[in-house]
Design a protein around this ligand. Sequence first.
Ligand code: TYD
Ligand code: MG
Length: 508
Amino acid sequence: MAKVRTSYVCRDCGNVQPKWMGKCPDCGAWDALDKFVDRSGAESAPPGALDLGASASAESAGAPGASGPRRAVALAEVKALDVPRLATGIAEFDRVLGGGVVPGSVALLGGDPGIGKSTLLLQAAAALADAGRRVLYATSEESAAQVRMRADRLEGAADGARAANLLVLAEPNIAVIAEECRRIRPALLVLDSIQLCYRGDVDAAPGSVAQLRRCCLDLVSLAKSSGCAVAMVGHVTKEGDLAGPKLLEHLVDVVLAFEGDRHHAYRVVRAVKNRFGSTQEVGLFEMTGGGLSEVEEATLSVDGGAPRPGSAFVPVLAGSRVLVAEVQSLTATGFLGNAKRRASGLDASRLAMLIAVLEKHGGLRLADQDVYASAIGGMRIVDPAADLAVALAVAGGFLGRGLGASTVAIGEVSLSGDIRVARQAELRVQAAVRRGARRLIVPQAQRGVVERAIAGGAGGAGGAGGAGSGAGPAAEVISVGSVGQALEWLQGMAAPGRRGESRQSAKM
Ligand code: TYD
Ligand code: MG
């Protein structure tokens, strides 16, 4: 017998309470509990259990991996599924997905309003349609005409294949969307956005926990039973988390976050969760008049111009590749005991730690200085190997010393003031040299590794640089063991007044 059970779900943390309370006992949010009525007894079974049962009986012999074995079997006996991925052809997007969309998977794309979520998914849909795959773009936020207007701005607007294969449905009712999906049988269903979708039989407003949960479960079972991949847009809260509690993230296979400042050039797509690939990869995009365009990583290169105090370059790891990022810092006189520390694109507590290390182990007096530090271009740097670059940018800004042209710094700074080794130094060094680095500041312990990497990389790349003298490496290596040593080296650099004479004069 179906049983009606009422519970209360917190809008913020997603925890379930048996009765209504003014304050969520788990996360402390006030007035955040929503009533959730569970009508079917079967709902308490694990999601998708019924569908799996039905499909398992139909094709039990076919794919034991897909429908899940009913009895425990040795893992070695389970046949691995070899499903071809649907590559969208947008290389940066495919990279984040781990090579393309997996049929039957559900992906959730979150991000700030106006960052380009709808644009990215429409572009991916259009690219798949161009390749002859059928795509259904269901929108609950916009009208079909609005989608058409956006599509017209994109490159290669509706010609033959795209016109025939890209279908639009402006509909917030999930039952209608699922019905159309069964009729059309697309390879990909795009849903923009899940927050405005609803199910008629759930007594709650769209976007509420009850609606989100049911709509998402419907989509998951639709994807699993029909093999159609689903990509949906999810809104984020002020703090940047996906709106609606964590429950959406648990239900789907892939969670992508679209990051970056909408006023900055670069937008980054990052995988937060990916059941089919790595979460290390990022996709780099730039918003242009014709939609999102992929950013060539080679355009991010080390500045070879005059040294600027307060700026440092660092090769940061982003999955299987290395991006060269610029860190800038500014110090200004503030109030002792109330100095500001502001970070943009960097971890604020990491910045505070580095300032403390510079004070304690580098002898800099920053207590009455406001310190601002930022990663350029809207990038977010989380790599600890960027510590040394941040520290040198702050110190350089304060002391009025630039690092010199074409210089990158790699290394993690520890609380004791030591420079620790960086992960995958060879990869970073080779990428940095390829993008124009001619001087590398590296941890002492990695000097040998770095020199070998440069020699190997220069040999392979034909030594295009030519900055080094015949036998030596194409780039100068400066190894530092501590923050104190790094600052000593920095003090010896040219002061900004003598900008004209660039790297020759700076080189000792
Ligand atoms: P949109 O994809 O609608 O963002 P979201 O769905 O994440 O809210 O569009 C983001 C912004 O990008 C919008 O303000 C307009 C701008 N834009 C361009 O600059 N060029 C374009 O070609 C398109 C389609 C949008
Ligand atoms: Mg949108």
